[in-house]
Ligand binder design. Sequence first.
Ligand code: ADP
Ligand code: MG
Length: 210
Amino acid sequence: MVSKAQILRWLQVFASEIEQNKAYLTELDAAIGDADHGMNMDRGFKKVSTQLPTLSDKDIGEILKTVSMTLISSIGGASGPLYGTWFLRASTAVALKQELTEQDVLSLLQVGLDGLVQRGKAQLGDKTMVDVLSPAVVAFRLAVEANKGIVAAMQEAVAAAERGLQETISMQAKKGRASYLGERSIGHQDPGGTSAYLMLKSLLEVLESY
Ligand code: ADP
Ligand code: MG
């Protein structure tokens, strides 16, 4: 089971990972975009971070929905609406819940991804966060079906996310600003994929430590 406290902790850990990696994310976006991904994400998650203490009496669905609204209203660029959609759709998968089973976490990850894909229309191989989140969901599902337990399932999801992130380096961007570069986008790691990897890694960290 994943408790509401762990979900709040995850959001806190992710916000601080973003803060610590702000310059790195911006550097990645400078190579193939407009050098604002670190700033965009940090602006949104700083806001989320200050809201977290006020969210503890809400259910997990409401918490994730509030995060979504904050991200949509405070992040400029493609990543605001995309992460906003991910959190909004994820929130519908866990509406009214005070704690989550493995199945709940699986549907949160799956439904979040489906919403993101519906919104951004990126396919696998387009060099976006989908190339990180999608293999992670597949790995998580397989591990849950094999009854490996939530921590092992999340470890496998993060390992798959990391492989997906590495694979974005050799991809040519087909969506977002990086696609304007055509073949020149090849050879660089995707910034949004990198932040998505940090999001999953933060969840793993919390699951491993409680
Ligand atoms: P912007 O591109 O508007 O400056 P950011 O720099 O904050 O926004 O975010 C860029 C990231 O957004 C990319 O690295 C990519 O992972 C992600 N992205 C862009 N377009 C899409 C899309 N259509 N679907 C999924 N992810 C996308
Ligand atoms: Mg950018």
